[in-house]
Design a protein around this ligand. Structure first.
Ligand code: BG6
Length: 482
């Protein structure tokens, strides 16, 4: 693999601290970085090399629920040897002159090819000026080596702004240089859905309208917005996780088999699902947890949603008429992310007269926690009488809280970008089709109902699914426990 320089704009920001620096440590620990790789962190305040070192060390050793394993000194030293710090204002052209000189110096010292990844861990309203400045120093041009750009959500705040942003991106970079990151695509448990569905033969023939009654997708968190009020209050739950992570879960669970394992074929199938989702604002419930208005940096009159539930269907022959219920939000009963496929119950079930005798089989892709894939089935309770016991056939990862068994999504995706693999990144079409679906819901002026922290959301969300004769499944912690 070719060596390269990674330039992180916003190295002292939240994203860099929580995700990027830990991911780089993990990549280093696995010896995946080419020898001459350099990393340049950019932020506004001046820092000496020693202060920068202390900062990186502190980030890696601070409490981080996404990164709980021990930091090894030798790995830290190896990583820090690659790291450099530049200070400056991101809208000041002089910073880019300094950056350009520094990059040339690194290239000549290490006989590098000029490969670069720019990671914009900054507010999107700075992108335009960052791009202009990069261009003025010709830093977006692929002269000798490759140049890649990594950005992540929010990619726009609605369809129009997403289109404007994509236009802006494409006026400085080619699509094959742009890595739009949705970290759910880098989740091992999400990618395993592809292996489970398309690497085996027995389940795929069952995933269609003949056998599936409905699908439920849940991504709930038992914590609130923390210190992110400034961002969250202008976005809300539907756009924060619904527009991206949950729609991706939906696509992974329902897409047709790609013709081959390639970026183009996989993305095409995901996009086909996203473009064919029925949208109806009448099938939307929004909620806000009690106490939200007192959170830091939240407008005391805010009507921002911290919970949403919607129903959609896929306009294709395979899933025609199969409802898909999606819900997500904060300060709810449990932190759990899963996809449940609820199968139809045949009328002629032999044991339908017994307790549980008509319970449906459910296939659960548990993204987190108690990660795994399980099938809820009924078995005979041992004994002289006939009794049925609902239980789980399970594949479990059994990850401890400090488990390092599989890569964090950022580790996975940064490494993919280094390799030049865009399979698990969003292209223009994908982001825009997500917005095409979410826009009418987000703009619908649906009433925002309040709910108690620790509940499963407003009662209207229960009524909404019950009117279709169904109910939300309570995510089980009985399977794949450690
Ligand atoms: C982020 C959202 O994109 O995803 C957060 O902004 C949310 O609000 C997070 O908590 C969930 O990610 P994960 O990986 O913890 O499920």
């Amino acid at each position: 693999m070719d060596s390269f320089t990674l330039i992180i704009f916003g190295i002292t920001g939240n994203l860099a601290q929580i995700k990027l620096i830990p991911a780089l440590y993990d990549i280093e620990e696995k010896n995946l970085l080419p020898k001459e790789t350099s990393i340049i962190g950019i932020a506004r305040s001046p820092q000496s090399k020693e202060e920068f070192r202390e900062y990186i060390k502190k980030v890696l050793t601070s409490e981080n629920r996404h990164h709980q394993h021990a930091i090894k000194d030798e790995v830290f030293e190896k990583l820090f040897t690659r790291m450099h710090y530049l200070n400056g204002n991101l809208i000041d052209r002089n910073l880019y002159k300094k950056l350009s000189q520094f990059l040339s110096q690194l290239d000549s010292e290490n006989k590098k090819l000029g490969n670069r990844i720019f990671y914009l861990a900054t507010y999107p309203d700075l992108y335009d000026q960052i791009f202009q400045n990069l261009q003025s120093e010709k830093l977006n041009e692929q002269k000798n080596g490759w140049v890649r750009l990594m950005i992540e959500k929010p990619i726009g705040n609605d369809l129009k702004s997403a289109k404007d942003l994509n236009k802006l991106l494409l006026s400085y970079f080619r699509e094959d240089q742009i890595y739009r990151l949705d970290h759910y695509l880098g989740k091992e448990t999400l990618q395993n859905i592809l292996a489970f569905r398309f690497g085996n033969g027995i389940f795929e023939p069952l995933l269609n309208k003949d056998h599936v009654d409905h699908i439920q997708i849940t991504a709930t968190e038992d914590f609130g917005i923390g210190k992110r009020g400034g961002y969250y209050d202008s976005v809300g739950a539907l756009k924060d996780v619904g527009q991206n992570h949950l729609l991706q879960m939906l696509a992974f669970a329902t897409m047709d088999a790609p013709t081959d394992y390639s970026d183009a074929a996989l993305t095409k199938e995901r996009v086909k699902i996203l473009e064919n989702l029925e949208v109806d604002p009448k099938n939307l419930v929004l909620g806000q947890y009690d106490g939200y208005l007192k959170e830091e940096s939240v407008n005391p009159n805010s009507s921002t949603d911290t919970f949403f539930a919607f129903k959609t269907m896929i306009k294709n022959a395979r899933f025609k008429g199969v409802p898909i219920y999606v819900r997500g939000g904060k300060k709810l009963s449990q932190t759990v992310t899963e996809i449940s496929i609820i199968f139809k119950t045949p009328h002629n079930r032999l044991f339908k007269h017994l307790r549980s005798g008509t319970e449906p089989n459910v296939l659960i892709f548990r993204i987190q926690p108690n990660e795994g894939i399980v099938l809820k089935i009924l078995v005979k309770k041992p004994g002289h009488r006939w009794e049925l016991d609902p239980t789980y056939m399970q594949f479990c990862y059994r990850l401890g809280s400090d488990s390092h068994y599989f890569p964090d999504p950022y580790e996975r995706l940064i490494f993919d970008a280094i390799k030049g693999d865009q399979t698990f990144f969003n292209n223009v079409e994908e982001v825009e089709s997500e917005w095409k679906f979410i826009d009418p819901l987000a703009k619908s002026k649906t009433k925002v109902h309040s709910y108690n922290p620790g509940s499963w959301g407003p009662k209207e969300a229960d009524q909404f699914i019950q009117k279709n004769g169904r109910y939300w499944l309570e995510p089980s912690m009985d399977f794949c426990a450690i």
